[in-house]
Design a protein around this ligand. Structure first.
Ligand code: NAP
Length: 495
């Protein structure tokens, strides 16, 4: 007797990736969905992060669904809270909340070969079954707490940037921030505004270029609203610039490193213009090529180090005491607030973020680690039928996450439409199609900044434990979108 699964599909994650996937599945006529979310609300990154200074650093005309433009972004680079409201708006407009179960942590999932469906286990509840499983768990969703001796003995306030405590008053505090990635760049100026003393512990400096960010006047917002084509044009122009940066500066560094050198010149000019102290300026200057590690934009971060109460510390941290940080030169800095802007763990715990067991019990995380990180077109994996991994190796396309989301939506559309046309209930990507895609990615990365730039000292999360830059899809976004709607249908088996 055939046992029917409870749902057409389970989507893990209610961020922009999961929301996009649900919209696409609805368009395909699948409306018995469950979206499982470990947090207490939707929005993913933009729900979890609400530290002071949070804003998007890809212009909002591009960092949004192309089919759901928001004419009313307040700035060119919208603040985090607006992104969260936008996620809520889209979820409401597409009536997706009915599928969402919050505070629901998925502990694992396995393909049931007999029943031909996925069995998904959740904490504190019965398992749930679905024909399809889609993981939209994000790239930067497993916060990293540094393993520094004595950190657990600290008696003051400890805040990881992903768990910002909005009720905590920074006024007059003696604070430390560990980490100088894109998060710290946004946070440091805001914390510096409040505290009595701030020490920023830097291990690796970040390349920073100026941020051209202006409020969007009401008249432009109304124009975007009344004549949507104008916002479309703005999107195309902005996306084209991002695409040029990505293709030339990242993917074709070997041929076009002049772009990276140009960006370094701009960044160095900003350092000279904004940082008065020579030693601090030198310490804030990266020694790796622009693009090895994600650069960022800011007009305020560097200048914060001119303030008398803000200090950059580049000596390594030795240990933490109940009320101080001690560096390896024995220097002891008393603090009462420890802010961890230490980012995320991608390669040990995030690919995949949950246990996924495919056919014959193949464990996706183990298989990726024992072999190489890989996913056909950044979305499917042999031995894992009816499974789509949305935050996967070689899937991140271009500079805006929405390009990735929308190309994956197109892929879903083509694959599931074909499946339906054939009356099939399962699909699985063929091994040789997967291998060919991996070979192509490997070959195309040959020209990239990752293998031709000077990246040794960058400590970039783009590289995995094997030294492979396996996150970004090394093609143009146009290629990604085109292939998503034209990949050979026979790259899959259908049954
Ligand atoms: P990150 O770029 O990974 O930076 C983490 C920082 O913590 C690095 O400076 C790292 O130093 C440091 N660190 C980690 N462990 C340490 C340890 N044990 N001791 C000393 N330092 C340590 O993380 P993030 O700043 O949170 O940014 C992550 C990504 O989120 C960004 O690249 C970006 O993609 C995204 N983001 C986007 C926005 C936006 O769009 N608005 C804003 C913020 C973040 P090393 O570099 O030496 O490892």
């Amino acid at each position: 007797m055939t046992v029917h699964p409870q749902h057409d599909a389970i989507i893990v994650g209610a961020g922009f990736g999961g929301i996009g996937a649900a919209i696409q599945l609805n368009r395909l006529g699948l409306d018995n969905l469950a979206i499982l979310e470990r947090e207490d609300d939707l929005g993913g990154t933009w729900h979890v992060n609400h530290y002071p200074g949070l804003a998007v650093d890809i212009a909002s005309v591009t960092y949004s669904y192309s089919f759901e433009p928001n004419p009313y972004w307040s700035r060119m680079f919208a603040p985090g809270a607006e992104l969260k409201r936008y996620a809520e708006h889209v979820a409401d407009k597409y009536n997706l909340r009915r599928y969402m179960r919050f505070n629901t942590s998925v502990t694992g999932s396995r393909w049931d070969e007999d029943e031909q469906y996925w069995v998904v286990n959740v904490e504190d509840g019965p398992s749930i079954t679905a024909r399809y499983l889609l993981t939209a768990t994000g790239f930067l969703s497993q916060p990293k707490t540094p393993d520094i001796a004595g950190i657990d003995t600290f008696e003051g306030k400890v805040i990881h940037t992903t768990k910002w405590d909005d009720t905590y008053d920074l006024t007059d505090r003696r604070a430390a921030i560990i980490g100088t990635g894109a998060t710290s760049v946004q946070l440091v100026p805001r914390v510096a505004d409040k505290v009595r003393e701030l020490t920023v512990y830097q291990r690796t400096p970040i390349w920073l270029v100026p941020k051209v960010d202006l409020p969007i006047p009401g008249v432009v917002q109304r124009l975007f609203d009344r004549a949507p084509v104008t916002q479309k044009v703005a999107r195309v122009v902005n996306s084209s610039v991002l695409e040029a940066i990505m293709v030339a500066g990242v993917l074709h560094y070997r041929q076009a490193k002049i772009f990276n050198k140009g960006a370094e010149l701009i960044a160095r000019a900003q350092l000279r213009a904004q940082v008065r102290d020579k030693k601090t300026r030198e310490e804030l200057t990266p020694d790796y090529s622009f693009g090895c590690k994600r650069p960022s934009f800011s007009n305020e971060y560097l200048a914060a180090f001119n303030k008398d109460h803000v200090r950059l510390e580049t000596t390594s941290i030795d240990h933490i005491e109940p009320n101080a940080i001690v560096t390896t030169d024995g220097n002891r800095t008393e603090i009462d607030t420890l802010i961890l802007a230490t980012g995320f763990n991608l390669w040990d715990v995030n690919f995949p973020a949950i246990e996924i067991l495919g056919r014959d019990g193949r464990n996706l995380g183990k298989w990726w680690r024992d072999n190489r990180f890989q996913a056909y077109e950044g979305i499917s994996v042999p031995h894992f039928p009816n499974f789509m991994t949305l935050a996967s190796p070689y899937s991140y396309s271009g500079l805006s996450y929405f390009t990735t989301i929308e190309s994956q939506m197109k892929h879903m559309d083509r694959l599931l439409s074909e499946s339906k046309r054939r009356g099939a209930t399962t699909f699985e990507v063929k091994q040789d199609a997967n291998d060919e895609f991996l070979d192509r990615c490997t070959e195309q990365l040959d020209d990239s900044v990752f293998y031709n730039g000077n990246c040794q000292t960058s400590r970039s999360y783009y590289f995995n434990q094997h030294g492979e830059a396996a996150i970004l899809r090394p093609t143009s976004t146009l290629n990604a979108l085109r292939e998503a709607s034209r990949f050979p249908l026979e790259d899959y088996t259908y049954a």
